[in-house]
Design a protein around this ligand. Structure first.
Ligand code: UFG
Length: 355
C-alpha cells in the first residue's frame, strides 16, 4: 500500500484523517512541529486504528518532529522513504496557522508558515518527483459571500491575512499545474466549519488558550472550564437572528480527504478544487441547544454585540464533491454534539500537553 506524508498530522483534522487512512491500509509519515498539537494524539491514533505491536506501529505511522519550513527535514523524509523501498507517493498538507485574529496581528508569520512553508514543501516534492498533493484550503477564501449556498466558482475575496495566505497557495498550485500539464495531481479542499470528534472520544479538538471558534468554546463551557458562551449578535437577518454556518463532522471531513486522495491516485493528473461541507445551514443557537441535549444540561450563554468580520450566512454547495468524489457528509448535528461531548467530557483538559 502507498506511503503518504501527512504534514500537521497530529492536529485536529490531521489526526482524524490519519485514523481513516491507516484503517484503509496506507502507511504514514507524520511531520508535525507540535506548536499547536500533542504527540499523545498520534499515540491514540495508532491505538484507534487497531495497529498491533506485531504489525510494527513504527512502520505504519512514523512521526518526524519538524517544520514544513525546514527543507532539510523534508528532504530527509523523502530520502529515507526511498531507502526503505517505499517512496512517498502523496502528501496531505494540513500544517499551518489558522487563527484569523492572530493573522491580522502578525501577517508576516502567517505568510511565512502558510505560504513559505507550502513553497518549501512543494519544492522538495518536485525534487523527489512526488506530484500528488491534497491541500487544506478554507471557505475563508469566499469572504463575505455574494451567494449561498456557495459554489466553488464564487469569487475569491478573502478579508484577512489568514484567508490571503490560503488564497495565495491555491493560486500557486493552479500556476504549477498549468506549467506542467499532465504532471501534477492536486486537490484544494475548501473546508467549511470542522467540528465534532472521533466517536470513541479518544481524539478531538484541543485549541491553545481561549478558543476562537464556537464549537470548542461551547464544549469548554459545558465541561465547566469556562463560565458562559458569548453569542456574537442576535440581530442578523437569519431565521433566529444568530449567524448560520455549515458545520461538518471532522470524521466526514477525514473521509473526504481519503476520497480526494484515492481519486487523485487513480484518475489522470488533474487539479480539483472542492468545497467540503454539508450544504446544511445551522445557526449558533441551534448548535448551543443541540449541545445542551447531548451533554444533558443547557449551555449558559448571553447574546452580545456582533464580532467584526463575521458574515451572516456561509453554507457550502457541496454538489461538486459528490460528483467528482462520490463523497458527501453522513453525520448529523446530533452526531457532532454527541461525539464532541464524548471527547470533551473524557478529556476536560484536552491532551494536557503540547509537544
Ligand atoms: N461565535 C460565537 N461565539 C463564540 C465563537 C463564535 O457566537 O465564542 C459565532 C460566530 O460569530 C459565528 C459562529 O459562531 O457566527 C461560528 O464562528 P467560528 O469562529 O466557529 O467559525 P467561523 O465561521 O467564524 O470561522 C470559520 C473557520 C475559520 C475560517 C472562517 C472563515 O473556523 O478558520 O470560518 O471562513 F477562517
Amino acid at each position: 500500500m502507498a506511503k503518504l506524508l501527512i504534514t500537521g498530522g497530529a492536529g485536529f483534522i490531521g489526526s482524524h484523517t490519519c485514523v481513516v487512512l491507516l484503517e484503509a491500509g496506507y502507511d504514514l509519515v507524520v511531520l508535525d512541529d507540535f506548536s499547536n498539537s500533542s504527540s499523545r494524539a498520534l499515540d491514540r491514533v495508532i491505538a484507534l486504528a487497531g495497529i498491533t505491536p506485531s504489525e510494527s506501529s513504527a512502520k505504519r505511522l512514523v512521526t518526524v518532529p519538524g517544520s514544513i519550513n525546514n527543507s532539510l527535514v523534508l528532504e530527509k523524509v523523502f530520502r529515507e522513504a526511498i531507502e526503505t523501498g517505499q517512496p512517498i507517493e502523496g502528501v496531505i498538507h494540513f500544517a499551518g496557522l489558522k487563527a484569523v485574529g492572530e493573522s491580522v496581528a502578525d501577517p508576516l508569520r502567517y505568510w511565512h508558515v502558510n505560504v513559505g512553508g507550502s513553497i518549501s514543501l512543494i519544492n522538495v516534492m518536485a525534487a523527489f518527483s512526488c506530484h500528488t498533493l491534497v491541500f487544506s484550503s478554507s471557505a475563508t477564501l469566499y469572504g463575505y459571500p455574494d451567494q449561498v449556498p456557495i459554489p466553488e466558482t464564487a469569487p475569491i475575496q478573502p478579508i484577512n491575512p489568514y484567508g490571503h495566505s490560503k488564497a495565495a497557495v491555491e493560486r500557486l498550485l493552479n500556476d504549477l499545474a498549468a506549467s506542467a500539464p499532465g504532471q501534477w495531481r492536486i486537490a484544494c479542499l475548501r473546508y467549511f466549519n470542522p467540528v465534532g470528534a472521533h466517536a470513541s472520544g479518544r481524539i478531538g479538538e484541543d485549541p491553545l488558550g481561549i478558543p476562537n471558534n464556537l464549537f470548542p468554546f461551547v464544549s469548554q463551557v459545558a465541561v465547566g472550564r469556562r463560565e458562559r458562551l458569548q453569542i456574537f449578535g442576535g440581530d442578523w437577518s437569519t431565521p433566529d437572528g444568530t449567524c448560520v454556518r455549515d458545520y461538518i463532522h471532522v470524521m466526514d471531513l477525514a473521509e473526504g480527504h481519503k476520497a480526494a486522495l484515492d481519486c487523485l491516485l487513480t484518475e489522470a493528473p488533474q487539479l480539483l478544487t472542492l468545497n467540503l461541507g454539508s450544504g446544511r445551514g445551522i445557526s449558533v443557537l441551534e448548535v448551543v441547544n443541540a449541545f445542551g441535549q447531548a451533554c444533558g444540561q443547557p449551555v449558559p450563554h448571553t447574546i452580545v454585540d456582533r464580532r467584526p468580520g463575521d458574515a451572516a450566512i456561509t453554507v457550502a454547495d457541496p454538489s461538486e464533491a459528490l460528483r467528482r468524489l462520490g463523497w458527501s457528509t453522513r453525520r448529523s448535528l446530533d452526531d457532532i454534539c454527541r461525539d464532541g461531548w464524548a471527547w470533551q467530557s473524557a478529556n476536560p483538559a484536552g491532551y494536557g500537553q503540547r509537544g
